[in-house]
Design a protein around this ligand. Structure first.
Ligand code: FEO
Length: 411
C-alpha cells in the first residue's frame, strides 16, 4: 500500500521512477534513471497535473488511489503532450470517464492525434484562470519549452509552479522527492545533460518563458522530471542555471577537447594540446574520445565550459563520422558564445581544415589560433604547433577578456 506523499498541504506527489529504460527518447542514456512527475491538488475540485509514461500506469494508478481513495478526479491539466507525460491519459480517461482535460488549442489537436480524445476538453488561453475552491489555477503558455503546446500552471495561493519540462533533470528520485529530502548536488550534472540535450535547441523560448515568470513569487517548483524544488537557495540556483544555459552562457571556466582517431595519431595531438593547456594554468580540462564518450556527455560538457577544441582525421574526404554527427548536434542546438579551435590529421589529402572552417563560420564563436593540421603522424614541428595551440587557448581563457564571437584571430 502506498502512503500519499504530501509536498505541502493538499498538494501530493504521485509520479513514478523509471530505472528500467536504458535510453530516454530511445536516444539518451539513463544511468541514474529518470522520474515522470505528476501531482494531485485536493480542493473543492480535485486536480491532477500531468501523467506518466504508459509503462508505469499501473503503479501510477495505485499512487492516485492512495491519495484519493474512491474519490473522482475533476480535472487533468496537461502541461505537455510528449508521451513520457501524456502516455497515461487514455488509461486515465477510461477509469475516470468524467474527468475534464485542460490544455490549450495546440494540446487539443494532439489529444485527438495521439489518443483519439475529442470530448471533455477545456481549452485555455494564456493567463486564463480557473477557480478550484481555495486555490486558483493560472495558465501560462510557454511554447517550445519543449514542444509547441507546452504550458505552465501556477497556483498563486500556494506560490507553486508546475513547470512542465523546465527545471527538469535526468535521475530517478532516490528516496525523497523534494530537494529537502535528497541531495540536490547529485542532480546538477544530470540537469545540465538533460537541458543541453533535450531542451538545448530552444534557448529563446526558454528565455521568453523565464521573462514571463520573472515577477511571479515562487515557493515551490514542480517539474515533470527530477526533484521538486522547495528551498529558496535551490530555486534560485536552478532558475539561474536554466537562465545561463538558455542564453548559451558557459557555466564554468574550462576546456573540452573532443577527438576522433582511427589509429591513435589524432589522439596524440589531443593529448599534447590538453597537456599544454594544463601546464599553462587550465584546471578544468575534459578530454572526450568521440567514438567512446556518449554524445550526450560531450554536449553537456560543451554547454558547461567556455571553450572547446575538436579534432578529427580525414575520413572519406570528410570529417570522422562521429565528429560530423557531434558538430551537427551543436549546430542544431544553436550553440554560441564559446572559444573554439580545431586540429586534424590526414594521410594523403586533408579535408578537416575546410570542414571545421565551414562549421565555425555558421556559429557565433571566437576562434583561437592556430588550428593544427598533421600529415600522418606527430613530428617535432606538429608537436610544437599543438603545444602552442594549447598554450594560446589557455592564455586566452586566463586573460579574462570578454569573448568576441565571430572574431577570427588567426590566419
Ligand atoms: Fe519530459 Fe518533453 O517531455
Amino acid at each position: 500500500m502506498y502512503k500519499p506523499l504530501e509536498i505541502k498541504e493538499n498538494l501530493y506527489y504521485v509520479g513514478v521512477n523509471d530505472r528500467t529504460k536504458h535510453l530516454f527518447e530511445n536516444l539518451w542514456p539513463l544511468p541514474k534513471g529518470v522520474s515522470y512527475n505528476s501531482y494531485i491538488i485536493k480542493d473543492e475540485k480535485t486536480v491532477l497535473i500531468d501523467t506518466v509514461d504508459v509503462c508505469y500506469s499501473d503503479v501510477y494508478f495505485r499512487k492516485i488511489k492512495s491519495v484519493l481513495g474512491d474519490k473522482s478526479i475533476d480535472y487533468l491539466v496537461v502541461n505537455h503532450m510528449e508521451p513520457d507525460h501524456s502516455g497515461s491519459i487514455e488509461w486515465l480517461v477510461n477509469r475516470y470517464p468524467d474527468i475534464k482535460i485542460i490544455g490549450n488549442n495546440r494540446t487539443e489537436g494532439m489529444l485527438e492525434g495521439y489518443y483519439g480524445i475529442t470530448e471533455n476538453i477545456l481549452v485555455v488561453k494564456d493567463k486564463d484562470e480557473l477557480n478550484i475552491g481555495k486555490n486558483t489555477l493560472q495558465f501560462h503558455l510557454t511554447p517550445m519549452v519543449h514542444w509547441p503546446e507546452t504550458m505552465m500552471t501556477y497556483i498563486p495561493e500556494m506560490k507553486t509552479l508546475f513547470a512542465g519540462d523546465a527545471f527538469g533533470t535526468f535521475g530517478a528520485l532516490d528516496g525523497g522527492v523534494t530537494d529537502a529530502q535528497l541531495n540536490p548536488v547529485s542532480y546538477r550534472d544530470e540537469m545540465i545533460r538533460y537541458y543541453s540535450n533535450i531542451v538545448g535547441k530552444y534557448g529563446s523560448p526558454v528565455q521568453a518563458a523565464l521573462k514571463k515568470l520573472s515577477g511571479v513569487a515562487i515557493d515551490v517548483i514542480c517539474s515533470t522530471h527530477g526533484p521538486v524544488w522547495t528551498e529558496k537557495e535551490h530555486i534560485s540556483e536552478v532558475v539561474s542555471l536554466y537562465d545561463k544555459l538558455s542564453r548559451y552562457e558557459p557555466l564554468e571556466k574550462g576546456l573540452v577537447i573532443v577527438y576522433g582517431s582511427m589509429y591513435g595519431n589524432t589522439e596524440q595531438l589531443a593529448e599534447v594540446i590538453a597537456t599544454s593547456a594544463a601546464l599553462n594554468g587550465i584546471r578544468n580540462i575534459v578530454v572526450h574520445n568521440v567514438s567512446k564518450s556518449h554524445a550526450s556527455d560531450i554536449i553537456r560538457d560543451i554547454f558547461k565550459y567556455e571553450a572547446f577544441i575538436v579534432g578529427s582525421p580525414t575520413y572519406n574526404n570528410k570529417l570522422y563520422p562521429a565528429m560530423e554527427s557531434l558538430l551537427s548536434a551543436l549546430e542544431n542546438r544553436n550553440l554560441k558564445n564559446r572559444f573554439f579551435s580545431y586540429f586534424g590529421g590526414f594521410t594523403w589529402a586533408d579535408a578537416t581544415q575546410k570542414q571545421f572552417k565551414e562549421f565555425y563560420e555558421k556559429m557565433e564563436f571566437e576562434i583561437v589560433c592556430h588550428p593544427v593540421a598533421m600529415k600522418q603522424s606527430l613530428n617535432d614541428e606538429v608537436f610544437q604547433e599543438a603545444g602552442q595551440l594549447g598554450k594560446t587557448m589557455a592564455d586566452r581563457l586566463n586573460s579574462g577578456e570578454k569573448m568576441n564571437p565571430q572574431k577570427i584571430v588567426c590566419h
